[in-house]
Design a protein around this ligand. Structure first.
Ligand code: HEC
Length: 97
């Protein structure tokens, strides 16, 4: 339940923050939950992209709301597209306690 709320709020914030691609984001928002395959891809992207500039972060080190802000800052650094951004976020949230 907590996960669903976090994913929904992330989608809302992503929508607001990505004005230039509003139509693309709206389509993404329609499919609000990532599949198992997408979360697995998020894990792969996380492990290969997020440890390049610093130690691979611990998903448990921040709460889902903090991760929204961190991902908004880090996704461009890691050159993730909107889908990859969402999958990595959903992976991080999926492994949180
Ligand atoms: C191009 C280099 C680069 C890449 C790639 C990158 N980061 Fe970062 N990251 C930084 C820098 C620089 C900082 C510290 C300065 C800052 O906060 O902007 C940082 C800080 C962080 C922090 C600490 C933020 C805080 O408030 O404590 C987290 C967590 C983080 N990154 C996660 C990620 C994740 C997740 C990814 C993959 C999507 C990622 N980073 C990819 C450069 C990068």
């Amino acid at each position: 339940m907590k996960k669903i709320i976090a994913a929904a709020s992330f989608t809302a914030i992503l929508l607001v923050s990505c004005t230039p691609k509003a139509s693309t984001s709206a389509a993404t928002a329609g499919t609000s939950t990532s599949t198992v395959e997408q979360i697995a891809q998020g894990k792969t992207i996380f492990e290969s992209s997020c440890g390049r500039c610093h130690k691979l972060p611990d998903p448990a080190s921040h709460n889902p709301v903090q991760w929204v802000g961190i991902m908004n800052a880090m996704a461009p650094k890691a050159k993730l597209n909107d889908d990859q951004h969402k999958w990595v976020y959903d992976y991080i949230i999926s492994v949180q306690k």
